[in-house]
Design a protein around this ligand. Structure first.
Ligand SMILES: Nc1ncnc2c1ncn2[C@@H]1O[C@H](COP(=O)(O)OP(=O)(O)O)[C@@H](O)[C@H]1O
Ligand SMILES: [Mg+2]
Length: 292
């Protein structure tokens, strides 16, 4: 715990002034929510989460416009991972875990009685901190591995394979060795393979929990480019401890904090505002590296 906390601190750009992060945030193409014909997006209403008696998340209300990237930031243990696990119904599979609230995907609660949980996980995909390809499956098999679960019929697997690897920014590096094992790739390539695998089932929403924290800077930039491209056609939520990354990749940023009690969402704003004129003093302290 202590060790990972230290390395997170090192990752944070403690010397960067917030105004320069705002410049980074403004440097990318700005998105106008609601201008893309891809549904209304995702909304969470009054999300609470518990592990046993431990109330870890309180009353999180957030809107994620379709076709945008939202970064979730905040110190370790404030409930970011728990929050995104409530979005695709993974939280409920942890023994002792409970939740309350609504998660609306295109206006429909993913917790409504009779909802097919498997279908929700296909609509709302997830990429984890540590790349987790199936090491003994080939690159091609990895990408297509979600299709069985979804019982999706694909007329042209080769086409889908190329499309997903292309969109994940990996095609050029692996097109000549699709039969190699997933485990033979570098860490950064494995993470892009996991993104390609998530894309193959055509999710509307992609949840990414610190997807670059185990990667070198070059791989990180490749994945950030991939995220920007993907957000043209899907809604992306990314947890990150790297403020530069939040500035580079996200349209909106939400700051979470656990102030002794359960984690709360303190402030959500366009990313350039979070870094230039945060409304809450605690947000300002965090983004300027005064704690975290
Ligand atoms: N599987 C679990 N069982 C019990 N407590 C957990 C579990 N996962 C997380 N927690 C607790 O929930 C709180 C929020 O954790 P988490 O969502 O992982 O925070 P973050 O992702 O912001 O670091 C922490 O207090 C953590 O110890
Ligand atoms: Mg986490």
């Amino acid at each position: 715990m202590n060790e990972s906390h230290e390395s997170e601190k090192e990752n944070m750009e403690t010397t960067t002034r917030p105004s320069s992060l705002a410049d980074v945030a403004n440097a990318k193409e700005q998105k106008v929510p609601g201008t893309r014909a891809m549904g209304t997006g995702l909304e969470t209403r009054g999300i609470h989460a518990w592990f046993g008696n431990n109330h870890v998340l309180s009353d999180v209300n957030l809107d994620f416009a379709a076709g945008t990237v939202t970064a979730l930031i905040g110190p370790s243990g404030c409930g970011k991972s728990t929050f995104i696990r409530t979005i695709n119904r993974m939280h409920e599979f942890i023994p002792g875990a409970a939740m309350a609230g609504e998660v609306l995907l295109d206006g429909k609660d993913v917790y409504a009685p009779g909802t097919d949980v498997t279908k929700i996980r296909l609509q709302i995909g997830m990429v984890f901190q540590k790349p987790n390809p199936f090491p003994s499956m080939t690159i091609g098999e990895n990408v297509l591995s979600g299709l069985k679960l979804s019982q999706q019929k694909v007329s042209n697997k080769d086409e889908l394979l190329e499309e997903c690897l292309e969109r994940a920014g990996l095609w050029n590096e692996v097109k000549d060795r699709l039969g190699a094992h997933g485990g033979s790739l570098s860490g950064g390539q494995q993470q892009r393979l996991c993104i390609a695998r998530a894309l193959a089932v055509r999710p509307q929403v992609l949840l990414m929990d610190e997807p670059c924290s185990a990667l070198d800077p070059g791989s990180t930039l490749r994945i950030e480019e991939t995220i920007r491209h993907l957000s043209d056609t899907m809604t992306i939520i990314i947890v990150t401890h790297n403020m530069q990354q939040a500035a580079r990749v996200s349209d909106y940023t939400a700051f979470f904090l656990s102030d002794g009690g359960p984690g709360q969402m303190i402030e959500a704003s366009p990313t350039s505002e979070i870094f230039s004129r945060p409304r809450d003093k605690r947000t300002e302290n965090y983004v300027t590296g005064r704690f975290g």
